[in-house]
Design a binder for this molecule. Sequence first.
Ligand SMILES: [Zn+2]
Length: 142
Amino acid sequence: MNERLEKIPREREESLCPCKSRLSYADCCLPFHQGKAKPETAEQLMRSRYSAYFFRLTDYLVETTHPETREPDLKAELEREIFRINWHFLTILGTSKGGPGDKTGKVEFEAEYFYGDEPRKLHERSRFKRHKGAWKYLDARG
Ligand SMILES: [Zn+2]
């Protein structure tokens, strides 16, 4: 993962983060992707995972999936699908818990993407749970 990140052009760091936070990528999800910082809230982790899907950072997606629900072939599965999907919009609809003092949290969101040429929408309620202090993605309900 780091190998690919080192090649990130400056323009990408300065451009707006794909998670639609209106911050630059460098001030938003990049430090999480580089392992220089850890998300403090479940929403930050959720956003950084969306951006990781956007930039196709499969290692980050595997690493931020909770060991309880992480399938052994997750990386292979991601690599099979991730290049067919082009993400283009994220809207956070609501959150519950998931704060700096919480152990679990939920984030409801809507994400728009193209699967091949076909526009699709994903509406999900994701559950997050800490593992060794760090937020991890647990599972989802549609
Ligand atoms: Zn971001």
